[in-house]
Design a protein around this ligand. Sequence first.
Ligand SMILES: O=C(O)CCC(=O)C(=O)O
Length: 299
Amino acid sequence: MEGVSMAQIGRFTAEQAPDAAQALARDGVIVFDQLFDPALIAKVAGEVRRVVPGAYDIAARRPEDLLKVGDRRINGLVPIGRSMSNVIDMLLSPAFQTLFDQALGRGWVYESFGVISSFPGAPSQRIHSDDAHLFEDTPFAGSLPAYALTISIPLVEVNAVNGGTEFLLGTHRLEWRESYEETPVTSPLQPGDCMIWDFMVRHRGQANNSDAARPMLYVTACRPFWTDYTNFKPDARKLVVDRKLVLGLPDEQRKRFKRFRPMPGLRTGLVSFSRVLRWYAPELHQGLMKHVLRRGSFR
Ligand SMILES: O=C(O)CCC(=O)C(=O)O
């Protein structure tokens, strides 16, 4: 199969995003070298450690909407509050825009944002894809363009000791039952680098043989018709952002975040309370709403 024999993961600068898109379509994975300022990553890492200490310490408070993705590994939500506003700038990087436009079509959106950590002693994961082919078990499986991408942004150096993600290049174009005998390949990452893969490419996290956690931000970008029902519970919060950070963006950028859910606060609390009341006590709800909506009732 064309491209499968290529033994290395392609590495690109931000300016080479169109070439990166071609390599991504062929191999199923690419790396952007130093897309972000390492000082910025260090700042974001400090915030992640503060907000989600369980991403760094297996015994500390864990992220919400947690998914266990292997022994001594977690994957969970990182809310993008105001102290992490620079994450929004990162996600709006022109290199992402170019790459995602080409790989996912111009209507692409963000679906989820969180952290994946492997802790000391974590063994290798099993080889997997992030979800199944669209139209699995039909002649279309493996011949369609990407529907979703995983973006991983390491918060620490990733190397042979703490274990990177390794890939079977080109396997996003194979049906799952087709076996593939090549050796998986990986590429070391520095803070500031970012690795992007097709949901369908076969991959796994390597063992963490270091004495520290290996946290990476993960982001899913996808075509607008697709939602991740496989990796999350139906009511999971996948992309939580401070409302003002999203509403302050120009339309062209805001549309990428149209699936966001706001940070919990008085407003979201009242909306949830109102929904519960409406569901279980509709008359009381109706009466209360009449009262609330009556002009000046709260003055
Ligand atoms: O931890 C990694 O390197 C990859 C994680 C992964 O592929 C997953 O959790 O699905």
